[in-house]
Design a binder for this molecule. Structure first.
Ligand code: SF4
Length: 217
């Protein structure tokens, strides 16, 4: 029915095609042209994803629906970022700045230390690994985007992605994590200012009441 490309090497070329690609390696789509191809990328792919693709084909006697890059939608339809348990910290602008800082100890978002979860389509954050024991982000390391095309040549594993999609911050379609962090500080600063103003008014009122009652402060 189809050729299934297990892993990022057959799917994209992966490390074999990394610059300068001395062996002139190519992805499977450059070699096989006369059969449907299903890509199941990952370095390595998740075992449950691999068995899930075959189980689907045996159960329904048809190929699984795939996305534009030939990946089964049921496993590659969402980004790791979408189901990440650290996502609340991302939305709140709370980031690990260094691997040994307080943010790392508190389990903040790893975006600034290179996490590629926002641009990686896979099931790592939901299925996880080793009988759902853990996945890289859960062990404190950024997602490397190992299931995405060309991940070896996308720059440093520890440099953050230049763009993110935080609509809740009202910063437009694209904004950097730094701006999100600054926006968080801005909100916090405004909250502190409001609190200070409210306290000053309360103090002034209290002084007036004391004056009316003849109480010396
Ligand atoms: S950037 Fe990484 S650590 Fe942060 S929420 Fe997204 S996937 Fe999780």
């Amino acid at each position: 029915k189809a050729v299934i490309a297990w892993g990022s090497c057959s799917s994209w070329g992966c490390i074999n095609t990394a610059k300068p690609n001395p062996t002139k390696s190519v992805p499977i789509t450059d070699v096989i042209k006369d059969k449907p191809i299903i890509r199941v990328p990952g370095c390595p792919p998740i075992p449950e994803v691999m068995t899930g693709v075959i189980t689907y084909m045996l159960t329904y006697d048809r190929l699984p629906p795939v996305d534009a890059q030939l990946r089964p939608k049921m496993f590659y339809g969402q980004r790791n970022h979408d189901k990440c348990y650290r996502r609340a910290h991302f939305d709140a602008g709370q980031f690990v700045e260094k691997f040994d800082d307080i943010g790392a100890k508190l389990g903040y978002c790893l975006y600034k230390v290179g996490c590629k979860g926002p641009v990686t389509y896979n099931s790592c954050s939901s299925i996880r690994w080793n009988d759902m024991l853990s996945w890289p982000v859960e062990s404190g390391h950024p997602c490397l985007a190992c299931s995405e095309d060309n991940f070896w040549d996308r720059g440093s594993f520890y440099a953050h992605e230049p763009t993110i999609l935080p609509p809740s911050w009202g910063l437009g379609i694209q904004a950097t994590a730094d701006r999100v962090g600054l926006a968080a500080l801005g909100v916090m600063g405004a909250a502190v200012a409001v609190h200070a103003a409210a306290s000053a008014v309360a103090r002034a009122k209290s002084k007036e009441v004391n004056k009316d009652m003849g109480v010396n402060e």
